[in-house]
Structure formats: structure tokens, C-alpha cells
Design a protein around this ligand. Structure first.
Ligand SMILES: [Zn+2]
Length: 303
């Protein structure tokens, strides 16, 4: 994909009204996936998580109603007859939520000594973190991206190229939510077209990605103004995308170092200090909108 055009076998999109990440997978790809044997490392890995009581259930079957741990990836009913893609939906969880009780520190006013209450951050309620749902999603997506990374001989119905491929970590540790992948040569070409079409279009794409990044973050982590300046998107003139999310200079970016030399090669997607699953999921929402915009650009040039 870095050097060749491959017809798309999966795409991402962002469903803002449901705070859901959507993954669309070619039915032909699903049909060509071999059954996963009992002794495969993938199944042993998933089995271990469930028998260790980390999760209640798992499925590795993309033809079933649910995929991944605890049914985190839900298969939607209809296959798009035009493209032959099946859609899957991943509803993002609430991670930082209130217990429903007033904050003890500020007595539910959100302020103490004329400042925002340090204990509840001005939320006025006692807040708690619940990472369980977020990990069940990133661990499911880790499995899904593995399955989508198998080179299968399958005839695809679409002419839209695969724009990028991704992989995702789901470890409960520092850098444990690292992600990366490859941006295909066609995607990079479309990114250059976006940049060439002028400042206004670029700003518009940045704005759309920022909206998805911000909305997904606020859905998971509760709305907090001081996070906002760390939810940033930048498309640089050297054809690189930078998505920044709250954390220690955390974010996802493309590594296109070769912009003058080569117009016919893709590049890597990398990340920095991705320590928790909400960072990864917010960046995925951003990447989903990025791919929607690149696909729009591709259709503009090819239809
Ligand atoms: Zn408080």
C-alpha cells in the first residue's frame, strides 16, 4: 500500500450523533478470512483475557452480531449494495463520570477560595474514572486491526483505495495505548490535493477533525475547558497531519519526511506518549474524519 494502489478492504468513519466510531469492512474480505483455529495465538490471547476475568466474553467472528470483548464492536444490519461494505459500530464509553454525589471538598459549588475546586475541577459533583469499557474497546480494536492486517486474496467491489492501515496497543501501562500504521500513497496524494486546494479547505478539514477529536474526548472524559487547548489538529504544508490530545505532548501524526523527493510513496503513521485508551479512541475519531475527507477528495478526482 505504501507503493501500490490496493482497493479498500476497510475504512473508518465517525458518527457524531451517536459518539460512535464506525468501521466498514468489505464483505469479500470477511468471507475470505479463514476460520480461526482453537490453537491460534489470537484465540489463545482472547481466551486468556476472558478466563482471567478481565472480560465477560469475546468473539472473533465478523459474521456474528458482535465482535471483540464484551460485544464492544457491534455489526450493523445492512451491507451497502454499492460498495459491498459491512458496517460495525463502536460506541465510545463514558470514562470520567460523576458518582451523582455533590463534591465533598467544595460542597457542590465547584469553587473553593474563589478558584475552581481542585478536587472536582469545577464539576460540582464527585467524579470517578471507569476504564473498563474503554479497555474492552481498545483490546477489541487491537484484535480487529490484527484481523484486518492479514493479506487476503479477495476481490473487492470498490475502486476507492485503502487509505491507511492501523494497529493499536491495549496494554495497561505507560505508552500502553500506542498506535501506528501506514498512510497509503493514494492517501498522501489526496492530502497533497487538499493542501493544494488552498488555505480555506485545509482549515475546514482541520476544523472537522478537531470537532470529532473534541467531541469524542468530552464524551469520554467530561467537558473540561482546560483540555481544549490540547485538542488540536494541524495539517502542515509538507503534507503531514498532527493530531494532539491531552497528555504529555500526546498525539498521532504522519511521518512524511520525503515530501520533495517522492510523490509516489506513502508514509508511516506514528504516535507519542499515548498512555491511556481515551487518547487512542479520540485520535481514532480524528483519523476517521481525516479518512472521510481524503475519500471525498479521491471521489472528486476519480468520478
Ligand atoms: Zn468540588
Amino acid at each position: 500500500m505504501l507503493l501500490d494502489t490496493l482497493p479498500s478492504w476497510y475504512r473508518l468513519s465517525w458518527n457524531a450523533s451517536q459518539n460512535a466510531l464506525q468501521i466498514h469492512i468489505a464483505e469479500a474480505y470477511i468471507a475470505a478470512l479463514p476460520p480461526i483455529p482453537d490453537n491460534s495465538p489470537l484465540r489463545i490471547f482472547a481466551e486468556k483475557k476472558v478466563s482471567g476475568d478481565l472480560f465477560a466474553s469475546y468473539s472473533l467472528d465478523l459474521t456474528a452480531k458482535q465482535f471483540g470483548f464484551n460485544g464492544s464492536v457491534r455489526r450493523l444490519d445492512a451491507t451497502d449494495p454499492k460498495t459491498g461494505f459491512v458496517s460495525f459500530s463502536v460506541a465510545l464509553p463514558r470514562v470520567h463520570t460523576s458518582t451523582g454525589m455533590a463534591c465533598q471538598e467544595c460542597g457542590g459549588t465547584g469553587e473553593s477560595d474563589d478558584h475552581r475546586c481542585f478536587h472536582c475541577n469545577g464539576f460540582k459533583l464527585e467524579m470517578k474514572y471507569d476504564w473498563y469499557g474503554a479497555y474492552s474497546i481498545t483490546e477489541s480494536l487491537q484484535l480487529l486491526f490484527w484481523l484486518l492486517d492479514i493479506r487476503l486474496e479477495a476481490e473487492m467491489h470498490t475502486e476507492v483505495p485503502q487509505l491507511f492501515t492501523l494497529h493499536l496497543c491495549a496494554e495497561r501501562s505507560m505508552h500502553g495505548s500506542s498506535m501506528g500504521g501506514h498512510l497509503g500513497k493514494d492517501a498522501l496524494k489526496m492530502l497533497r490535493c487538499v493542501i493544494a486546494s488552498g488555505k480555506e479547505r485545509c482549515v475546514n478539514v482541520e476544523r472537522r477533525i478537531t470537532e470529532a477529536l473534541t467531541q469524542s474526548w468530552q464524551h469520554m472524559m467530561a467537558k473540561c475547558d482546560y483540555d481544549n487547548h490540547n485538542l488540536r489538529v494541524e495539517i502542515r504544508e509538507d503534507a503531514n497531519l498532527f493530531i494532539t490530545c491531552p497528555g504529555d505532548a500526546a498525539g498521532v501524526y504522519t511521518v512524511n519526511e520525503n515530501w520533495r523527493a517522492s510523490y509516489d510513496k506513502g508514509c508511516d503513521i506514528s504516535c507519542h506518549n499515548m498512555d491511556n485508551p481515551t487518547q487512542a479512541l479520540a485520535c481514532l475519531a480524528g483519523l476517521a474524519v481525516f479518512s472521510e475527507e481524503l475519500e471525498k477528495e479521491w471521489l472528486l478526482w476519480n468520478e
